[in-house]
Design a protein around this ligand. Structure first.
Ligand SMILES: C[S@@+](CC[C@H](N)C(=O)[O-])C[C@H]1O[C@@H](n2cnc3c(N)ncnc32)[C@H](O)[C@@H]1O
Length: 219
C-alpha cells in the first residue's frame, strides 16, 4: 500500500473526505492558502491545534512561523480572548499576513514580529506564554526549544509541527545528503523534549509528525 508521507495514502484520503470543511471566512482563507500552495499546517495538524486551543483557552500564545497568518487566525478563533505574538522572517509572507490580520479585525490581538526567530526569541521575557506553536525551520528546533523552555509558563503547552520529516528522522536515512543535518537536529530536538523532566510529550505520526508537550512543573 502507498504511503502519503507518514500515513497510508488511503487513510489520509479518507480522513480528508470525512473532514468537515469550515464554511467561514477562515475556511475560505484555508482553501485559498492550500490552492496557492502556501506551506500552512496540514488539515490534521490544524484541527489538533484548534481543538487544543479550544480546550486550553490560552491567554498568551507564541507562534514561531506565521506564513500568511492562517494558524494565528485559527488559534484566535478557537481562543478569542488570547493575545498572539507570531514571528516571521520571510518578506514574501509578511504583507499577506498583515492583510489577513486586518481583514479578520485581529490586529489588536495578533502582533507579528518581523525577523529571524533565533534573534527575536532572545528578546522575549521569561514565563510569558501558556501555549507555543513551533512551526518554522526544522534545523533550528533545538535552538528554538532552549528559548521555549524559558518562555513557557507552568502548565503551558508546546505544539511542534513537522518533527518526523517524512519518516527520515526514524530511519536516519536522508533522501538527499543535505537533509542529514535537519534529520540530526530533529532527532536531537525529540530526544531533548522527551528527556526533559519538566515536560510530558507525545509524538503523533499525523501530517509530517507533530508533538504535543505539556509543562508539568519546574521542580
Ligand atoms: C510552515 S510555515 C508556517 C505555517 C503557519 N504556521 C500556518 O500553519 O499557517 C513556516 C514559516 O516559518 C518561517 N520561518 C522559518 N524559519 C524561521 C525563522 N528562523 N524565523 C522566523 N520565521 C521563520 C518561514 O518563512 C515560513 O513562512
Amino acid at each position: 500500500m502507498e504511503k502519503d508521507g507518514l500515513v497510508f495514502a488511503h487513510i489520509t484520503e479518507y480522513m480528508r473526505k470525512v473532514r468537515r470543511e469550515k464554511d467561514s471566512q477562515l475556511g475560505e482563507l484555508e482553501r485559498r492558502a492550500r490552492n496557492e500552495k502556501y506551506p500552512i499546517a496540514e488539515p490534521e495538524t490544524a484541527d489538533l491545534l484548534e481543538i487544543l486551543c479550544m480546550m486550553k483557552q490560552p491567554k498568551n500564545i507564541l507562534e514561531i512561523g506565521t506564513c500568511i497568518g492562517f494558524s494565528s487566525l485559527l488559534m484566535l478563533s478557537a481562543a478569542p480572548n488570547a493575545k498572539i505574538t507570531t514571528i516571521e522572517r520571510n518578506p514574501v509572507m509578511i504583507p499577506p499576513a498583515r492583510e489577513n490580520f486586518k481583514k479578520f479585525n485581529a490586529e489588536e490581538r495578533i502582533t507579528m514580529l518581523e525577523g529571524d526567530a533565533v534573534d527575536i526569541l532572545k528578546t522575549l521575557p521569561n514565563d510569558s506564554y501558556d501555549l507555543i506553536f513551533l512551526d518554522a525551520a526544522k534545523g533550528q528546533y533545538p535552538t528554538f526549544y532552549k528559548e521555549c523552555q524559558r518562555l513557557l509558563q507552568k502548565n503551558g503547552v508546546i505544539i511542534t509541527d513537522n518533527v518526523l520529516f517524512n519518516g527520515m528522522v526514524a530511519t536516519g536515512i536522508p533522501d538527499i545528503r543535505r537533509n542529514k543535518t535537519i534529520i540530526n537536529r530533529l532527532d536531537e530536538f525529540l530526544n531533548t523534549l522527551e528527556q526533559d523532566t519538566d515536560m510530558k510529550t507525545v509524538i503523533l505520526p499525523i501530517s509530517d509528525g507533530v508533538t504535543v508537550s505539556y509543562r508539568t512543573d519546574r521542580s
